[in-house]
Each structure stands twice: as C-alpha cells, then as structure tokens.
Design a protein around this ligand. Structure first.
Ligand code: FES
Length: 117
C-alpha cells in the first residue's frame, strides 16, 4: 500500500451557509447566522496569518437541526458554533494547536441518523 497523498491544505474548513424558508421544519444554518460567522472566521484566519488553512462555504451538510454546522478536514471533525467567541476558540484550539474544542463538537450520535446507503 502506498503512503497517503500530501495534503493541499493543512486544514480545510467547510461552513454550511444553506438557507431555507423561515418555517422549514429542518431549519437552516444561514438563518442561524452562519454567513456572518463564516465571514468572521475567514477574516480572523487571515488576520492571524494562518498558513495552509482554507475556510470555505458549503451547501447543506445534512445536520441542519444541529446548526450552524462546520466540518473540518483532515479528521472530519464537526462543530456547532453560534458566536464569534466559538469561532475564535475553534481557530485557536483546533486549527492552531491541533486540539479539540469538545464543548462544541458534534458527535455521530448527536444525529440526525445516518441514512442507509
Ligand atoms: S442547512 Fe446547514 S447542515 Fe443543512
């Protein structure tokens, strides 16, 4: 077996900015301030001079009820974030130091249930 390929980004963040109608039963991340928080995260990462870090917009990540959601690779760690302070902590603890922000992490059992293949 060959070695894993070299990563293009050391840390690749996907922030859901999907928007649904106001009373949609699943809700949507954009109605919970994800666009503004994504913009804040992009600007903060740039201001901190973080190298090899990319903050991207994502469509629905299908965990809408738990949003706003982001998932970060490598590792596929999911977070729910609701404030600039949450974003600051994710950038500081996870992106810069390689630790986990346990209080904000979404675990597989948090739902929604995985769909059958
Ligand atoms: S709307 Fe954000 S995960 Fe679906």
């Amino acid at each position: 077996m060959s070695a894993d390929p070299t990563l293009f980004y050391d840390c690749h963040v996907f922030c859901c900015t999907n928007v649904r109608p106001e009373n949609h039963p699943r809700g949507s991340c954009a109605r919970k301030n994800s666009v503004e928080l994504r913009d804040y995260m992009k600007n903060k990462a740039k201001a901190l001079g973080l190298k090899g870090v990319r903050i991207n917009t994502a469509g629905c990540l299908d965990r809408c009820e738990l949003g706003p959601t982001m998932v970060i690779y490598p590792g596929g760690i999911w977070y729910r974030y609701t404030s600039q302070a949450d974003v600051d902590e994710i950038l500081d603890v996870y992106v810069k130091q390689g630790g986990w922000v346990e209080r904000l992490m979404l675990k597989p059992e948090d739902g929604p249930a995985k769909r059958a293949e």
